[in-house]
Design a binder for this molecule. Sequence first.
Ligand SMILES: Cc1cc2nc3c(=O)[nH]c(=O)nc-3n(C[C@H](O)[C@H](O)[C@H](O)COP(=O)(O)O)c2cc1C
Length: 280
Amino acid sequence: MVNLATKYLGLDLKNPLIVGSSGLTNSVEDIVDLEKKGAAAVVLKSIFEEEILLEYESVMKEIAADDNNLEYYDYFDYKIKDDNIKAYIKLIEDAKKAVKIPVIASINCTSAHEWTFFTKKMQEAGADAIELNAFILPTVLNRTAEQNEKIYFDLVEAVKKEITIPISLKISYYFSNLASTIKKLSETGIAGVVLFNRFYSPDFDIDTQQVVSSHVLSSEKDLPISLRWVSIMANRINCDIAASTGVHDGKSLIKQLLAGADAVQTVSALYKNGTGHIQS
Ligand SMILES: Cc1cc2nc3c(=O)[nH]c(=O)nc-3n(C[C@H](O)[C@H](O)[C@H](O)COP(=O)(O)O)c2cc1C
């Protein structure tokens, strides 16, 4: 039998196929099923920075309670979010008990604010690594490229202070100097980069004249962008590379490995074909 084992983020993977962050990895039952079907690791659905910040606000609330100064806080909204973050920690703990494959936790983030303390809780819950889904679109007109890029470096620096498990950074290709930025990011102590994440694409419904989201799922036609950049960056940076976007079959997975990816993430293909598609 062919040995497909590889290493990614210092973790031993039985093969290079990781199920990427999405609703596919949002329950222990589904994660157990993905392991059975052959996934080598899973990235959990991201928890959002805002959800974690609300827990931070709860700490502030306790402090404020001492001062009888509670009126700032919307208790009910906070309560809902608090349940989300408790559920997320439980998902990590339960998934770790239920499967042998690595479980990578994920945070959707746009800044390096107070939420970074939560990465420590994720580590304590047993996460094997943390993927930071840096959800930053450079749309602010008076902000320079350097200011935009600094957010990523601040993010990594803040999270590195909290945890000792590997960190991977999932980024987009919206950089003015992509190759150089990826190289510099790889020198910050992160263990891997994920090339690339996929933002929702706004579109118009011309009949209702409403904005709608489009192309939520990728197609195999989306492969070339990540394939290009994995090829360009492989062996030139100081961390691993996971290829992501447009991997819809075994052939495209092999192409990403030929390009130099250490591991490959897939999501849309499993939504379209079912998780049994991992086998093929
Ligand atoms: C329904 C759905 C939910 C997703 N949720 C997340 C998420 O929570 N965090 C994240 O980092 N990426 C999320 N993604 C993006 C995927 O992880 C992946 O980067 C993207 O779909 C491109 O890979 P693909 O071409 O294999 O689908 C989601 C994608 C889909 C389709």
